[in-house]
Design a protein around this ligand. Structure first.
Ligand code: COA
Length: 159
């Protein structure tokens, strides 16, 4: 059984993340989508809400598990029996940060590989922050996030 961890803040999940998860399922038997607490990012949704939203958005994907973690990612990956950490690479601007993280994680545990997947070009410009900004200003994010996420965002921003 090949397990991969797809970690992130997911505040909230976008269609770009979903695209990466689908690609990951074609390479691995099981994908654990792991919500990092990341209080320092001052998330709009609580950890519990982010987990709930992910579960709703991923319920049809049978080989996907949703979980949360705090602390070191490599320790969590080991606990889950994962040999790979999945990260999405959208543009060159993602590269330096992702490269640093991948090398640090390898230094911490050389048995776990980081695998980079690229979402389809229609999602390259997406980020959770931009989606939140657009909704907070009354804009339309249809096609960028699952419908349920759009509804929850409108509720948060009273749009
Ligand atoms: N489609 C759309 N958006 C995407 C995306 C995709 N395919 N892939 C990434 N993003 C966006 C996210 O929406 C997010 O946008 P935002 O900054 O506007 O919110 C941004 O890219 C990056 O966020 P995310 O992928 O959620 O990662 P992160 O940088 O918040 O989280 C962790 C990084 C959780 C993996 C990292 O902090 C970690 O491993 N923490 C645990 C502690 C640890 O082990 N530290 C040592 C690591 S070396």
């Amino acid at each position: 059984m090949r397990t991969a961890i797809y970690p992130g803040t997911f505040d909230p999940i976008t269609n770009g993340h979903l695209d990466v998860i689908r690609r990951c399922l074609s390479l691995f038997d099981r994908v654990v989508v792991a919500v990092a607490h990341r209080e320092e990012k001052d998330p709009l949704f609580s950890v519990e809400e982010r987990v709930e939203i992910l579960k709703e958005s991923l319920e049809k994907m049978k080989r996907v598990e949703v979980d949360q973690f705090d602390g070191l990612l490599v320790e969590y990956a080991k606990k889950k029996g994962a040999k790979a950490i999945i990260r999405g690479l959208r543009a060159v601007s993602d590269f330096e940060y992702e490269f640093q993280m991948a090398l640090m994680n390898r230094r911490l545990d050389a048995s776990i590989e980081t695998v980079f997947l690229t979402p389809s070009e229609q999602h390259i410009f997406l980020s959770s922050s931009l989606v939140k900004e657009v909704v907070s200003l009354g804009g339309d994010v249809g096609g960028m996030v699952p419908q349920e996420v759009e509804r929850r965002l409108r509720e948060k921003f009273k749009q």
